[in-house]
Design a protein. Sequence first.
Length: 395
Amino acid sequence: MEKADQVMAATYKRFPIVLTRGEGCTLFDEKGDAYTDFVAGIAVCNLGHAHPGVAQAVADQARRLVHVSNLYYTVPQTELAEWLVEHSFADRAFFCNSGAEANEAAIKLARKYSKDRGAPERFRIITMEGSFHGRTMATLSASGQSKIHKGFEPLVDGFDFVPFNDLEAVQNAITGETCAVMLEPIQGEGGVQCPVSGYLEDLRKLCDKHGLLLIFDEVQTGMGRTGKLFAHEHFGMTPDIMTVAKALANGLPMGAMLAKEAVAASLTAGSHASTFGGTPLVAAAALIVVKSLVEEGVLQNCERVGAYFKERLLELKAKYAFIQEVRGEGLLLGLDLAIDGVPVVKACMDRGFLINCTQEHILRFIPPLIIQEGQIDSLIECLGGIFEDMAVDIS
Ligand SMILES: *Cc1c(COP(=O)(O)O)cnc(C)c1O
């Protein structure tokens, strides 16, 4: 830990444990202490750690072929794209290595699509306050949080922010220069903020009325996290472009931008590229991930255990006045506190549970989707003890 703090860029404030091994929903540190993992690599390891199928696929593919240029065809990438288009609204996939890159591709595509349609003046994208789209220059500029902009100005031009869940604000922000609206169906890093009833459906209609592309950033909400393969499926509507990443390859770096044919047609040969995008190694891993999500009953488990988890969090809320709200869908759940959440995260860690806190006061629970009721019960008991101590301190 001391060495790390000397030789690595200090971009992360790390907790003082060294993790060396994982199995399912459990992580082990170098002392052999076990932690039940409610972070899952920040909504990445949806199938849990050391998933045997993924490990086998990676080992087999590593022995066969790790990487070739996208100047050539490869089978795993093609099979993965086929699976994704068969299981979504989209017709085509572009592969990259992260959520930010997937969003970059979406932003570039929205601009190019307007140009190709003879409207080069339409390049602006409406995005949401509190959103998070990544840390590259374009995606940090698209993110509606000043803490992410700070120090990196001037921002990339072309993003207009409106409050989340405010349809009228979107309507008022549309100009002759607008080409798209981009948002997370449920804001993750922004604090597990859910769309109000009818909002996404109305946004779809508004985009259609004005000829705007609707872009969903499902980097966090996708790949089963909310109990459906993609979060927008809860709302019976589809975007024109969607980005996924985080859980796509269960921890191997992979992102994808998916789009309908009429829109994807603007990505012509040479217009966009990625050296590592969709490499056989990560594509082989992702193929096993997507098949496991469906075939191993992972989505059903997420839905069932997620509902149980939410109920148990509501029980806590009924007991402690400093719990303001329980939010979320599936296994993307948030506990909004009126007090600092970081001490709760630390206390959980001391008791063998890893949880996350975002925006300083919202506890975010994003465990592997294979987690079981018993593990939820253990965490609730742990949180109950911590909250009880805090309630005594406050009173
Ligand atoms: C994590 C995240 C990103 C950024 O993904 P990276 O892989 O870190 O670039 C973008 N959008 C959302 C919604 C995310 O949760």
